[in-house]
Ligand binder design. Sequence first.
Ligand code: ADP
Ligand code: MG
Length: 696
Amino acid sequence: MIPLDLSLSDVPGLPVHAARLLGKEGVKTAADVVWHLPFRHEDRRQMQALAFQAGLQPACHHVLVTKTGTKFFGGRSGVFEAVVQHATGLLGQQLTLKWWNMPFMSRVLAEGQELIVYGVIKDTKGRLSMAHPEYEIIKGGADDDAEQIHTGRITPMYRLRGSITQKALRVAAWHVLQALPDAFVEDLLPTPSAEGEFAGMSRAKALKEVHFPTSTEGLEQAKRYLALEEFYGYQLRVARRKRQVIESGGRRQTGTGELLKDFFNELPFQLTAAQLRCLEEIHKDMASGNPMNRLLHGDVGSGKTVVAFAAMLRAVESGRQAVLMAPTQILAEQHARNARKWLEPLGLRVALRTGSKREDGDDLELMRGKNSTGKAEIVIGTHALLHDMELMHNTGIVVIDEQHKFGVAQRAKLIRKGDTPDVLVMTATPIPRTLTLTIYGDLEVSTIDQRPRDGVKIITKVRPKTKLKEAAKFLREQIEEGRQGYIVYALIDESDKLEAGAATKGHEEWSKLLAPCEVGLLHGRMSAEEKEDVMKRFRAGKLDALVSTTVIEVGIDVPNATVMFIHDAGRFGLAQLHQLRGRIGRGAHTSYCVLFVDDKDEENRQRLAIMEETSDGFQIAEEDLRRRGPGDVLGNAQSGQAPLLFGELLADTRLVRLARQLAERTLDEDPLLRRPALAAFRGEEVMAEKAQAMMQ
Ligand code: ADP
Ligand code: MG
């Protein structure tokens, strides 16, 4: 029996050369080996009995090399061939393995070796061949030992790096796992034996099974056990964070309802049923003695802003202040404009704080001058708010718009400045429903699942960029009907400067294409005043079209804009395209989005086809999930977190729920996390930050 931190060179039975080879690549301890999980398995149990058969599915065969040679076709290109037969020689069939342009293969493979090969067999007029198979030398290679490790079983396949070989890693895993006890004292899961599916399981058993499965069912069960363990750790942090927030104690904000009544009277529209339902959920939270920690989730254009304002009014009615933070200056200005339009008539003061407004400071002075003792009831700003905490006083609610655009620390800082305020975070990031439990595990979630103007259509087309002229003609027609359009240029992962350059060039081009219409330009390198001025003119209809970078991605709301052109759409993820497209279809008019891709870019045409089919963010998110797998989707959303080992099982809601239940039970029974295996979860600050990060 060995401990997990044992050095590989001390693992009984593990050949010295294998330990040395792995050590060179940083795989040094038993733990390094067991946590390097196989990325797939090959079923090598019945191989010898299988005849070589052409088909589409790759298969695994145990073969003997009978002949090797290289054929040249003129020039330098050649093909190395190894003729093989079944290792048992039983069937007398021949198969030719082929490697093109890999002359070194003649030094790797030789007659008399036994191999395991994995690939697709092709039949060319009765001659069977396999091109570039995966292979492994079983006998006659560098080491012949431990045959039962590699064949006659469900065999683990590992991702390799450096000079590590499949065999060395497998041999190491074999010996380490042989020497491990069946249970560690530090098993993470509390009492998994009680949970039917995992009866009798332990981390050590699961690891053994995942590396060297006894059956396919055993393998699946073991993977699920380890996934459960991983999700349990995740949920433990999230659930603990949630409890901490509740324990921090809040205030009841019940309000009088008077401001809200006036506000609703003033609005030019009625709230949708979905908006009302979400608002009710929010008000209920605010009225309770615990601090609210709620996510308002709603697709682009679903109308989150008015709901947020109504929540803020409830705080003001309760004698406290409301703060709203937005990720960009343009968006903060837009919110402030709405707040002034809707809330100032109710007698409320609205303060605005952005990076540039601090420089001129006029608005603030004005606001302070009005009432030198009091502070504004409504404070709106960008992250610049964080540097001007003076504005905050007796804050009852903090609203964070487009919360995924903020860093963990920024959100935490603003919340800390309030006096245990109620917190409402908002996002349009369409997370597939199956993942919300993980990502938003420490938040209550309200979803606006209905658009204010369900009838308004957005028509989306993917077009080759050669169709630009036609597109320009179409945009001009829309402009003649009084509408406006966005033309987006973006370079992913390039600097602001290059991006601004692309937009500037695009602006020249479009100014000509659309002359004499007025075309504006907006990018991140412009000064705050310039940006504000451009947005003001666009909003007022003085600009017919706006050439922009992705600075317009979040939040911008100009209902008269009905056209969105996106250049190089192939560079964007579906979620981001959906966000951008969300800038149109906000008024009463049918809207049009054109995604330009390279002429021959079939792959992106296919990928973007979903955008043509639906403008439902959830459906798009599901498609994203299907294409990229939950690990990837979550990886993005987590931004910066180490990817989960078992991310692909996150869509398994049952497993995630079980993890959550176990975590809650642990917190009930052992709130201080005294159990030794939980030591890593005790650190308060670190934990809170990590849990916060998961919200992203
Ligand atoms: P988002 O959820 O993307 O932040 P907004 O809050 O910007 O959406 O709202 C989108 C547009 O819809 C805005 O112009 C807003 O004034 C309008 N709107 C919001 N709610 C309603 C409603 N119930 N009926 C009609 N228009 C609405
Ligand atoms: Mg918004």
